[in-house]
Design a protein around this ligand. Sequence first.
Ligand code: SF4
Length: 371
Amino acid sequence: MSTDSTTMRDLLAENTMPAADDLIVREAAGIRCLACGHRCLVKPHRAGTCRVRFHDGEALQTPAGYVAGIQVDPIEKKPFFHAYPGRDALSFGMLGCDLHCSYCQNWVTSQALRDKQAIAMPNRIGPDELAEIAIARNAPVVVSTYNEPLITSEWAVQIFERARARGLTCGFVSNGNATPEVLRYLRPYVDLYKVDLKSFDDKHYRELGGVLENVLSTIEMLMELGFWVEIVTLVIPGFNDSSEELTPIAKFLAGISPTIPWHITAFHPDYKMGDVGRTPPATLLRAYEIGRTAGLHYVYPGNVHGRVGALKSTHCPNCNAVVIEREGLRVKHNRMSQPGRCPDCQTEIPGVWEDQPPKRSTGSGIPMPLY
Ligand code: SF4
């Protein structure tokens, strides 16, 4: 395995296909890419900001035909708490990202081609093979994650076409730097969409290589287009953990819909933020109160094993009964007898539910990396 970025670039250039017509506009100076909010004008023989979509002189080439990581683990790890609770999901990721977050927990794959320390190898695989793996592992959901899936949307669609034909549900775990064009392109194939809302301060977003407004617009568009949406905010000490920042996030989400699940997860030191401490449980509890006060029905603290008690469980917003009891990433008891209803007072609990869901997690709860 070579660590040389030129070699890696050559290797990736072999695993490509032309961009979808829906995601490009040809202009005099180059090809405008619509796959993410950067909307790069990619000139001949140059690459976009993500480094993985490039103009070969004739077409905009996009990644295809490989994965850099694939794993089966609980869907609660994505996290989706209101979709297929207790089930496993097959996750796959590629290389590259349109942002460059200094605390990225998947930097080895996301920052490939941008950071020489980020070494991950592409493994060739076909879309049918991925769908078959999901079925063989009893995973009803396939998720594009680890790197930013928007920049590899065409490849995800190829996989999801095969997966949906076999009765599987598909999802994106994304930074939310989308465009209306890419969301409309994805909608026939993607039902579940998790967005990282990293901050409510545009200056913070610029530091990460993004724009706050793009992410807020994405969340609104996802809801309008009928995706099932869950939001994650990684709460980082000294970056976004002030009440002044968490409160407008919670109010923004509650203003769209009080039933959007908001996951507030604890940071652990990683990548270029090794000197920042872990998020104290008390901070997550404060964030929880902020979310509930803003009117959100479902606020879930995460990444603090065993220290947030019953708050990881889904409670009925009307009678407060425990509907789905969780311990860590495992469902201990799913009491839902009718899909999407509280078993005690019949109040609607929005989400993507199976007709006959498992009462408890079906998988081992142990991540199974395949490569
Ligand atoms: S996916 Fe985003 S960063 Fe990459 S070329 Fe397209 S617009 Fe630019």
